[in-house]
Design a protein around this ligand. Sequence first.
Ligand SMILES: [Zn+2]
Length: 437
Amino acid sequence: MLWRLPGGSCGFAPYVVRRTLIPDLVLDAYGAQGGVGVTFEDGRIVDIGPAKRGERLTGKALAPGFVNDHSHAFQRGLRGAVERIEPSHPLDDFWTWRERMYALANELTPDSIRKVSRRCYEEMLSAGYTSVTEFHYVHHRPDGTSYRDPNALAKAVARAAEDTGIRLLLLPVAYARGGLPRFRDPSVRAFLERVDTLVEWSEGRSLVEAGVAAHSVRAVPRGWLEEIGEYARLNSLPLHIHADEQPREIEECQAEHGMRPIELLARTGFLGPGTTIIHATHANAKELDLLSEHDASVCACPTTEGNLGDGFLPAEEILQRNIHLSIGSDSHVRIAPCEELRELETNARRLSGRRNVLVAEHETSPTPWLLRAGWDRVGLKAGDPADLIEIDLSHPALADVGARNLPSALVFGAGSGVLVGTWVEGRKVHGPDDPVG
Ligand SMILES: [Zn+2]
């Protein structure tokens, strides 16, 4: 039975309250099942099971949407523009790339950041990401003074997400030193006041949630790390930070603090179950042990880390310690969740000279661990948001693949072209027009 509420929010089609989709297959991290319907109501899945009545999605499979846990949406504006040597920088590396990125960041206005973010989020939806964590550090006017609304740029990014229908975790990022004047707040107190206001503003916006972040141990001093860590804990907010992306950052941290970045984060109370370390590319065994002890997570961004020459994620060591892993498209050199997952395993194979390396205990394939990192869940289940992707089983990349092998074919043998629909909160936000919604 289908019925509708009048009107819809954010310009979407009328909101369908209850709906059952019956695809040929429902995919999880371990395989795929036929004869299963997915019923959702008010944006949440309420039932997964045998269903005879509902809308048939012939030739299609449904699976969870991917979670993009690290994004700088405005960097989508660098696509294709940084893949050549500049005569002024004959030796190109992360640090020269950063100069190009700063030049772009300095030009942004509330209107232009909304526009580039919208383009980026539309691409994410087309690639199968249904939610994104935006690590947002461009806060003020180019000269460092506040906009009339000190959160104007953060709100422009949030509105871009709402324009497209993607789910957003918005992280205002503390920046104390270095970078551009518009990244920086004068004090940690001033920063946290802005975060308070933004958290309050985001409440009641169905697609937007706010957390908090510090840019890096390079950009944020010890006292700030202590206060931001405590603030996140007291307010139960997700807490993110870049760490161990480049060897130089580690050397500078050792020179300033006499310890490595993740050791400093542990010492300042920044690490906890709500903390996510972005990159951890050069984390050593002691630092990984600290992440495990504090139940903190790692977000890997393999296509960006490859593009910037960062190095290889210590993925095997992360798996051995059972550290929670997520993926992010970061600089958006590519927006393709299965490519991020494939890179994790492919890099592990190149490094080890073995095949099927990232295999969790009691499992025989890397695919379940990789898909859990990409989806942040094992499969669709009642109670979860109705954030789904619709896969074309007749696509040349998946034709003749049996149900048992479908998850691995998705990770290892397919691109985003196999996706024909993306649903967030039970609304179709990408793909051919929804005949009902
Ligand atoms: Zn980043």
